[in-house]
Design a protein around this ligand. Structure first.
Ligand code: M6R
Length: 605
């Protein structure tokens, strides 16, 4: 999400750090900062974009060691104080960090009692205070000790004036690489930040700590030294920005398991069969009274709303209605004190959605948001809400953000359900199943090559249907939207039961259908729909549950997904559809990341 760059060596550190940070900005950052050691530390932070020329004209430094960071806010708003590096009470130790510290609130409370003074709202700041607390005379020892208190994920880099000739870096589930050159080393969260200086890199693995000095590098794991040889990366800048993938869209689909993991991280209270959503704490009491929810969003976010509607009604017993932002404006919603509205948006800047938010506020409804971009208009205008933490989404086609939205909706369902009639057992069951989803999502992505073959095989067809029922009806809509927006073929999502009311007239051997039919409450009905299609010679690609052998008798192609609870199936069933759309469009040579006529953020009504 955020970007880290560090340098130690024979050259001036500042220009190298700044140009590295500038190269990371393609991911859409909101603030940046660095700390370089001259005779004393030079700490600088700013909100907004980096202007290398401007920064270098303004700031002079001959320091040969430093760390820098571009922030994409997750915990705490976009402010100078929240930008990294963070320092402890004495401004002697400096930290840049990517990831999420789950137990930061507890740690912060304890550190404050011990006399530490905090300057920001971030989770990161606890790391530097912990290092300060444990520091005696050696930075890596203090870092290693501090990490023992931390629960969460991190890629971090630390420097200290009290142990000044080294950078200490550590990683757990957040990427960090070390660039190796003659008498100099760089660290970065992303190869694109350093490959103009060196292509020799060492990838830091989980639980490894690197001690980087200008004349040598030591990597420690459980305090024992490891031998690691640098490897050569051949990527050019453009490939590096995409993590080696051909397109951002593919990179973002491949990040879907991590998105689920980040969305749920630190948000479960397993023993209570419940979730902890900090962003809803302020409205907790009011939410208990709610008996009517409107869910509003556009495009893909609207399909998330539709799934939320099914979830809330089935598990939280709340009357729920979803609508497009662009249509809801023309309705006359009945709003009273027991009405809540939830606005879902990746960008938090979609004009149609924001317009509805304004109207619902005026009508006095509680307005909640599910947003990816911290500090966006939506997140500022809503009364409360939950961030998806999906990281920057660059491709115009929304993929990983949708997965984040569905994961949050499932958690809000548990939250609302447990406030009402959901039993402890049921709550526990959903929470445990959610925990297993990241691995299951990875299992689907392993089939990417198979899905690619299917997509190529079908890329001559010009019309597609996508069908599904219940939770997977909106997934049919999403699958069709994704295919049409990036490959320009006609695709229509239909509720399985609606086929015979009209669309069936179009089915023949030239019109394939993608049928989303996991083994759930509506499986038998979906099989009947597939039979209707097969009777008219329509080719069928089935998205079915692992272990379903019977489906082989009727479907032409099958993509298997792992079994999970019915409420969570859409989070898995959409993954093969994202891959299918991607490979289909790519095989036609389409400009996948920037489809014609479309924009990433639609800020006009
Ligand atoms: O930023 P938002 O989530 O509010 O954007 C909503 C839609 O514009 C967006 O989902 C759009 O439909 C995508 N191109 C779908 O892939």
């Amino acid at each position: 999400m955020c970007g880290i760059v560090g340098y130690i060596g024979k050259q001036k550190a500042l220009p190298i750090i700044l140009s590295g940070l500038e190269r990371l900005e393609y991911r859409g950052y909101d603030s940046f900062g660095f700390c370089v050691f001259n005779s004393k530390p030079l700490l600088y932070k700013e909100v907004g974009k980096i202007s290398l020329a401007k920064a270098l004209a303004k700031i002079k430094s001959d320091g040969l060691i430093g760390i820098g960071h571009t922030r994409w806010a997750t915990t705490g708003e976009v402010t100078k104080e929240n930008a990294h590096p963070h320092s402890g009470c004495k401004e002697e130790i400096f930290v840049v960090h990517n990831g999420i510290i789950e137990n930061y609130k507890q740690l912060k409370e304890k550190l404050i009692k011990e006399g530490h003074k905090f300057k920001s709202e971030t989770d990161t700041e606890v790391i530097v205070h912990l290092i300060e607390k444990y520091f005696k005379d050696n930075l890596e020892k203090a870092v290693t000790r501090a990490l023992k208190d931390i629960r969460g994920t991190y890629g971090l880099a630390v420097i200290s004036v009290k142990d000044p000739d080294k950078i200490v870096a550590a990683r757990l589930s957040s990427p960090l690489i070390i660039g190796v050159s003659e008498d100099e080393f760089l660290i970065a969260s992303d190869p694109s930040a350093i490959i103009t200086t060196t292509r020799q890199i060492i990838i830091l693995e989980d639980n490894e700590v690197a001690v980087i000095k200008k004349d040598g590098l030591t990597i420690l794991k459980e305090e024992k030294e490891l031998k690691k040889e640098p490897e050569m990366i051949e990527w050019d800048i453009e490939q590096a920005e995409k993590g080696g993938y051909k397109h951002f869209m593919l990179k973002e689909i491949m990040e879907e398991p991590n998105v689920i993991e980040d969305a749920i991280r630190g948000r479960f209270i397993l023993e209570e069969g419940n979730v902890k959503l900090g962003g809803l704490e302020s409205v907790e009491k009011k939410l208990r009274e709610i008996n009517n929810i409107f869910l509003i969003g556009c495009g893909t976010a609207h399909y998330a709303c539709k799934i939320g509607e099914y979830m809330f009604e089935e598990y939280a017993d709340i009357l729920s209605q979803s609508d497009f932002g662009s249509e809801f404006r023309y309705r006359k919603p009945i709003v009273d004190k027991k009405t809540a509205s939830i606005f879902i948006s990746q960008s938090g800047e979609t004009a149609d959605t924001l317009g509805c938010l304004k109207e619902m506020k005026e009508k006095g409804a509680m307005c909640l948001g599910i947003t990816n971009v911290v500090g966006s208009s939506q997140s500022r205008e809503t009364n409360a809400g939950v961030y998806t933490r999906s990281g920057p989404e660059i491709a115009v086609a929304s993929t990983k953000a949708f997965i984040g939205q569905l994961t949050i909706l499932a958690m809000i369902t548990v939250y609302l359900g447990r406030q009402r009639n959901m039993s402890l057992t049921e709550g526990k069951e959903i929470v445990s199943a959610l925990k297993k989803l990241p691995l299951m999502a990875k299992e689907i992505l392993i089939q990417a090559e198979e899905i690619k073959k299917i997509a190529k095989k079908y890329n001559k067809y010009k019309d597609f249907f996508f069908i599904g029922r219940k939770y997977n009806y909106p997934i049919a809509l999403e699958g069709a939207l994704k295919l049409k927006e990036i490959s320009y073929v006609h695709a229509e999502g239909v509720a399985g039961g609606e086929l015979k009311h009209g669309p069936l007239a179009l089915i023949d051997k030239n019109c394939p259908t993608i049928a989303i039919c996991p083994t759930d409450a509506v499986y038998e009905k979906m099989i009947s729909n597939i039979e209707e299609i097969k009777a008219r010679k329509g080719p069928v690609i089935a998205i079915a549950s692992k272990g379903n052998e019977e489906i082989k008798k009727i479907a032409d192609e099958i993509i298997y997904i792992p079994k999970t609870l019915e409420i969570l199936t859409p989070i898995l069933s959409v993954i093969p559809l994202h891959l299918f759309a991607y490979y289909f469009a790519d095989s036609l040579g389409c400009d996948v990341d920037k489809p014609k006529n479309l924009a990433k953020s639609v800020t006009v009504e």
